[in-house]
Design a protein around this ligand. Structure first.
Ligand SMILES: C[S@@+](CC[C@H](N)C(=O)[O-])C[C@H]1O[C@@H](n2cnc3c(N)ncnc32)[C@H](O)[C@@H]1O
Length: 252
């Protein structure tokens, strides 16, 4: 896989056709990023603004959400966001005019509390958040599923179990949308591993990364559940080896 690709350039060898949709490989517009981030401002003027700056920076630099929004557009299946963090996908969906029911789950109760508060502040409808540890609990769901930047926090067996469970949740026409760094021998993969470990050391991520999936391993697991998967690079100008994987049941 090419290690130096960026948005707007040709997709690396091995990328599927979906890879080359330039509109979906750029971050959110700065004004949208700022507006969403404002929901994370502290209640009081001298309160902690960390989440505000983090959200603004993340949305303004990472092509994650436009890529996921493009994949989900046109489907009204309820969406379960596994490892939702602060629930930014819910804000991005509503900003994009997507109104499907949204449920975010995460095992970090502090993040879930902040996600609930920001969703309330923004008046997001049909949105709920719950504390769930995906290592030992499978939420009930029928619809689409998002797993964004989460797989590396589970070991290989737990990743496989999560993907098998997520595949079983898909109702007809629904999608499994994954963003994950892929493990390979590229410089991007090395930058990803270092950054994920750093996020844990500085305390932003409570849990240490355990295992970065490979493209072949993911494809094998998804195909074993009967899903067809498309892989597309989703790193824009970031140095990371992030890919968007969109899986669905083939039409019978
Ligand atoms: C890098 S963050 C991604 C957050 C969100 N998906 C996003 O894209 O903004 C990874 C998230 O996975 C969550 N996570 C890690 N292990 C988990 C587990 N066993 N169960 C539930 N959530 C988990 C973390 O708490 C964290 O919020």
């Amino acid at each position: 896989m090419g290690a130096t690709g960026a948005a707007g350039r040709a997709a690396p060898a091995g990328a599927d056709a979906r890879a080359v949709n330039p509109a979906a490989t750029q971050p959110l517009a700065a004004a949208d990023a700022r507006r969403i981030a404002e929901a994370f401002l502290p209640e009081f003027p001298l309160g902690n603004r960390y989440d505000y700056y983090y959200v603004r920076g993340k949305l303004g630099s990472d092509p994650l959400y436009p890529g996921v929004l493009a994949a989900l557009r046109g489907s009204d299946a309820p969406l379960l966001d596994l490892g939702c963090g602060l629930g930014l996908l819910a804000h991005a969906l509503r900003c994009d005019g997507q109104t499907q029911a949204y449920r975010g789950v995460d095992n970090d109760s502090a993040k879930i509390a902040r996600a609930r508060r920001a969703a309330d502040t923004s008046g997001l409808t049909h949105t709920r958040f719950d504390v769930i540890d995906l290592a030992n609990t499978v939420p009930e769901h029928r619809g689409s599923v998002a797993i964004l930047d989460v797989l590396q926090y589970l070991d290989a067996d737990a990743q496989r179990a999560l993907l098998v469970n997520a595949a079983a949740m898909l109702m007809p026409g629904a999608l499994l949308v994954i963003r994950s760094a892929l493990d390979d021998d590229s410089g991007r993969a090395r930058a990803t591993r270092v950054t994920d470990r750093l996020a844990n050391w500085i305390g932003w991520m409570r849990f240490r990364p355990r295992c970065w999936p490979t493209r072949e391993g993911l494809r094998e697991t998804l195909e074993a559940t009967g899903l067809q998967a498309e892989f597309a690079p989703l790193y824009a100008n970031t140095p990371f080896n992030n890919w968007l994987i969109v899986a669905k049941r083939p039409a019978s």
